[in-house]
Design a protein around this ligand. Structure first.
Ligand code: ZN
Length: 296
């Protein structure tokens, strides 16, 4: 062809074809985790509005009621859910990180007339994060900060490539800096901002807990992004658990032996499905942690 292929800032994961209904029998865990979220990159979460600053118009960034930098619970939950759906036998269908709702599944079954298996019971991801009439078993609070510092950055109009592969799309942590050609301006929360978030867990199994803690990146083998312009070096966060309080139905607290990091990695180390392990390996390659440098 003679042309150099532009290096992509994203890659695709293989889609686990096998979908499994989840039987959430057995002992249930409940409790809370206190999370600390650090912005490793500037973050833009759009409001759909524009702001005027120094005679310029920029896409507005979400803020809390006091005007401080804040990641809405839905943005964080969506990102974590996406990881869970990718690495479990979920009913995930496309790159949007969501399992197909029953309605959509039925619609497609009719349209394609294919023996696409109808999910009678939700998969482990839907059982945890909710879908249709299945209630979510976990609640993230807003991720609050004390920072009211926002920056205006120039970015390129995001280029949405036509999908070339079947599996879910993930953004790489090593991005090549593109030249800024457009004059699109966005308001962003500053790299280095620290957010705090409470995660409430309402009765999930040990297996769901392992999947959840792994998907939060608490095993430190990968880092994910939230918000917009992920392909242009925005949105990477690092999550740490500052404290947790988990107990089983009898009030026993020794759910996690050893460190939370070790526990989170058991979702990977105990996986007996080769395809699933391959997906996790590829995910770790795409989103491998990067050492952060702060200027100044
Ligand atoms: Zn599902």
């Amino acid at each position: 062809m003679g042309t150099i292929q532009e290096e992509r800032n994203y890659d695709f994961l293989p889609l686990l074809a096998e979908k499994e209904e989840y039987n959430n029998y057995g002992e249930k865990i409940k409790g809370t985790l206190e999370l600390e979220i650090e912005a490793y990159e500037d973050i833009h979460i759009g409001t759909g509005q524009y702001i005027q600053k120094d005679n310029r118009f920029a896409k507005e960034c979400y803020k809390d009621i006091d005007g401080n930098a804040c990641i809405p619970a839905s943005s964080l939950k969506g990102a974590v859910r996406n990881i869970s759906a990718c690495v479990s036998k979920s009913c995930l269908d496309s790159a949007d990180g969501k399992c197909l709702s029953r309605k959509k599944q039925e619609k497609r079954n009719r349209k394609e007339n294919t023996p696409y298996r109808k999910i009678e019971k939700p998969c482990i991801t839907c059982c945890t994060y909710g879908l249709d009439s299945y209630a979510s078993r976990i609640i993230f609070s807003e991720c609050k900060s004390t920072s009211s510092d926002f920056l205006i950055k120039k970015i390129n109009q995001p280029y949405t490539p036509s999908k070339t592969e079947d599996g879910p799309k993930l953004y790489k942590n090593e991005v090549k800096n593109e030249e800024i050609e457009d004059n699109l301006e966005v308001e962003v929360m500053k790299k280095g901002t620290i957010f705090s978030c409470r995660l409430i867990i309402k009765e999930i199994t040990i297996e769901q807990l392992k999947l959840l803690l792994f998907s939060l990146g608490l095993d430190e083998s990968f880092e994910f992004k939230v918000g917009g312009f992920k392909g242009q070096g925005y949105g990477k966060v690092k999550i740490k658990a500052k404290a947790y309080n988990l107990s089983d139905s009898k009030g026993r607290k020794h759910i996690i032996q050893g460190s939370l990091k070790e526990f989170a990695s058991t979702y990977y180390t105990e996986c007996k499905d080769e395809k699933c392990t391959n997906v996790m390996n590829k995910m770790r390659t795409i989103m491998k942690p990067k050492v952060v440098e702060y200027e100044g």
